[in-house]
Design a protein around this ligand. Structure first.
Ligand code: URA
Ligand code: CA
Length: 439
């Protein structure tokens, strides 16, 4: 087999065999296929796509490019949750402990921020002492003792994706449904849980900009899960505004603590998406017979404080100072040189928010990295004061920016303001949840 012939085939819109796909993944992982050939192949996939069978073959080949975790010695149904990436999405820090408080076994390997999106690991590291790199044996021990662990990827998991993703990032080949589905599912399958709940985001802050694309991605990932006998459910949720009000690492931890302390009401978008994901995690874990029962159990763990207690115990087990995980102390993590009220460019209804630009504004302040080598400032970011569709007067703050380095403020403000459109008429209601996709 020659890589150049396989690229040619995909350029011509032909379908590759399983052997051909395995040849490509193996060759690229071991270095015998160079970056430029893989980049050309990936670009051909961007334009000509892959069949579901090709995507499943690609996923399996990637999954087997490194270690596959075995969690079978842990009790219960091991469940994982994954978001395709959003802004102000701190759901993991809320529902992983809540599901554990209801008897679930949540074993999750999270990622760092990618592009304009935030990452759970960066958020966890804003808590002093937390070490997200834990050996596999310790990860299992924490899951066994507490019912929940969220750590960084451990071991040599899916090296093919690390290389393929890095290449896609710099060759404009990220936004391809088969490439995203195989990238996500290879990692989820290699992480070894029995069940996976996927949150596919759609909108201005998501990789999938339309509901139609999100549906395709969701169905593809669920069918790949089914193919290998893992229980898999995908929900499609809105990312046309930051999910929570906070965008930034410690700020999002604070919002998670507020939610787990009962300070955020039902009906709030973050609250509702947390419940939705939690309900499906409970259902696939066989911890509730109906969705109503699942929600009741989750809300009771929320209001009793059992969820917050699980988060504290997990933070402590990962070396963190859990005394910050308290409404009385959490503000200490969000201390900055300056908090700046940001006013809208005009009064009116907020008719559109570009969540990607809002995420980027927070990153410019230091909440994310522009290069791999950059470090994150955990305390900076922004807290929205209004939601999509709200009316805002010219003298009302639209957000509060948390700033340490004032030289970055102008660029952040320009980026932030470019995210908004205003109208005189009240805009149409937009749903928070578009669909639930099962095998
Ligand atoms: N997240 C991933 O892990 N991979 C992608 O390709 C896109 C989002
Ligand atoms: Ca459906």
């Amino acid at each position: 087999m020659r890589m150049v012939d396989l690229i040619e085939k995909k350029v011509g819109g032909e379908i590759l065999s399983g052997d051909e796909i395995r040849y490509i993944v193996k060759g690229f992982t071991d270095g015998s296929i160079p970056d430029y050939q893989m980049a050309a192949f990936q670009m051909a996939v961007v334009f000509n796509g892959m069949t579901d069978r090709e995507t499943a073959d690609l996923t399996m080949a990637m999954m087997h490019s490194g270690d596959v975790v075995d969690l079978s010695d842990l009790r219960g149904v091991k469940v994982d949750k994954h978001s395709t990436g959003g802004v102000g999405d701190t759901t993991t820090l809320v529902i992983a402990p809540l599901v554990a408080a209801c008897g679930g076994t949540v074993a999750k390997m999270s990622g760092r921020g990618l592009g304009h999106t935030g990452g759970t690991l960066d958020k966890l590291e804003s808590i002093p002492g937390v070490c997200i790199e834990q050996p596999m044996a310790r990860f299992k021990e924490i899951v066994d003792e507490i019912g929940v662990a969220v750590i960084g990827q451990t071991g040599n998991l899916v090296p093919a994706d690390k290389k393929m993703y890095a290449l896609r990032d710099v060759t404009a080949t990220v936004r391809s449904i088969p490439l995203i589905a195989s990238s996500i599912m290879s990692k989820k399958l290699a992480a070894g849980t029995d069940a996976i709940v996927l949150d596919v985001k759609t909108g201005t802050g998501a990789f999938m900009q339309t509901v139609d694309e999100a549906e395709k991605l969701a169905h593809l990932m669920v069918s790949i899960g089914k193919l290998v006998g893992r229980e898999c459910v995908a929900v499609i949720t809105d990312m046309n505004q930051p999910l929570g009000l906070a965008v930034g690492n410690a700020l999002e931890v604070r919002e998670a603590v507020e939610l787990l302390s009962g300070k955020i009401p039902a009906g709030d978008p973050l609250y509702e998406v947390c419940m939705l994901l939690g309900v499906h995690m409970m259902r696939v874990s066989k911890l509730a017979k109906t969705e109503v029962e699942a929600r009741e159990k989750l809300e009771s763990a929320l209001h009793s404080g059992a969820g917050l207690e699980k988060l504290r115990r997990m933070i402590a087990a990962e070396g963190g100072d859990a005394s910050y995980i308290d409404l009385a102390r959490i503000d200490e993590l969000c201390r900055v040189n300056k908090k700046i009220n940001v006013y809208p460019e005009r009064a009116g209804y907020i008719s559109s928010m570009n969540a990607e630009r809002i995420g980027t504004a927070a990153q410019i302040l230091g909440a994310g990295r522009a290069t791999k080598e950059e470090s994150i400032d955990p305390a900076v970011g922004l807290v929205m004061k209004k939601r999509l569709g709200d009316f805002i007067r010219a003298d009302e703050p639209l957000c509060v920016m948390y700033v340490n380095d004032e030289s970055k403020l102008n660029a952040a403000l320009n980026m932030f303001h470019s995210a908004f459109e205003y109208s005189d008429a009240k805009p149409d209601y937009r749903p928070m949840v578009y669909d639930v996709v099962r095998a």
